[in-house]
Write a protein that binds this ligand. Structure first.
Ligand SMILES: NC(=O)c1ccc[n+]([C@@H]2O[C@H](COP(=O)([O-])OP(=O)(O)OC[C@H]3O[C@@H](n4cnc5c(N)ncnc54)[C@H](OP(=O)(O)O)[C@@H]3O)[C@@H](O)[C@H]2O)c1
Length: 212
């Protein structure tokens, strides 16, 4: 068994983002469990190829926890999970819409200071995630987080069909969020539509740093 396939992933939320991530990773042979709310009967989720458990159960057994739930629910759920997140790699795909930061890095740091924080999958619209090639070009999946997680996170991003591009460490969550603001401005305010995507172009000598 490879290190990648032995990494246990919990995806919290099975909507536009979480559902696609879980299905693609399962199709790539990864060990994925979807965490749904306790009051949801297992099997009533439309995800036949992916195991479904309650959120606390899915988190307890996971090495990597992906948050793909509404931003408004993030602070409460992170607080509820608290120390059970310690030592895990958390991937924050949720966007908190309001006056403050769109990421939940501070909430994770408060609830579980030993968490390893990654910001990813938040700056690509779900229409692009569903079909990551736009006009013949593969969309980039921007992320930030610990350097020693590059192979794992880059692999997860590549498995869903995006080209992984790291934007530094966890402290750069607001840099990734800047690309979300750029995407939102292009897609919505400037009227280019939700299939717009961002891509880095560069000289070949610098390309492929993450194997995407
Ligand atoms: N849509 C996009 O284009 C896009 C792109 C990038 C990032 N995002 C971000 O990704 C996140 C998910 O977006 P989405 O479009 O996938 O939303 P969605 O389709 O509405 O799905 C949300 C999922 O979260 C679950 N959920 C809601 N509250 C929960 C809670 N308190 N505990 C556990 N699970 C809960 C929902 O389950 P129930 O059925 O039980 O409510 C549902 O499975 C959001 O933060 C959004 O900002 C979205």
């Amino acid at each position: 068994m490879t290190a990648a396939s032995s990494t246990r992933i919990a995806v919290l939320g099975a909507g536009h983002i979480g559902g696609v991530l879980a299905r693609r990773w399962a199709a790539a042979g990864r060990d994925v469990t979807v965490g749904l709310r306790d009051d949801r009967p297992p099997g009533d989720d439309g995800l036949p190829v992916v195991a479904v458990r309650s959120v606390p159960e899915a988190v307890a057994d996971a090495d990597v926890v992906v948050f793909a739930i509404p931003g408004a629910a993030m602070a409460t759920l992170i607080g509820d999970l608290g120390p059970t997140l310690e030592g895990k790699l958390v991937i924050d795909a949720a966007n908190v819409v309001g006056a403050g930061p769109m990421n939940s890095r501070a909430s994770f740091a408060q609830a579980a200071p030993g968490v390893r924080y990654v910001r990813a999958f938040n700056s690509v619209g779900h229409e692009v995630l569903a079909q990551p090639v736009v006009d013949g070009a593969q969309a980039d999946g921007f992320w930030c987080g610990p350097a020693d997680a590059t192979a794992l996170v880059g692999g997860l991003i590549a498995d869903v069909g995006l080209r992984p591009i790291r934007l530094g460490g966890s402290e750069n969550a607001d840099v990734v969020d800047g690309l979300l603001r750029a995407w939102f401005t292009l897609a919505i305010r400037e009227g280019r539509g939700r299939r717009v995507a961002l891509r880095v172009i560069e000289e070949p000598a610098h390309a492929g740093l993450e194997g995407g």
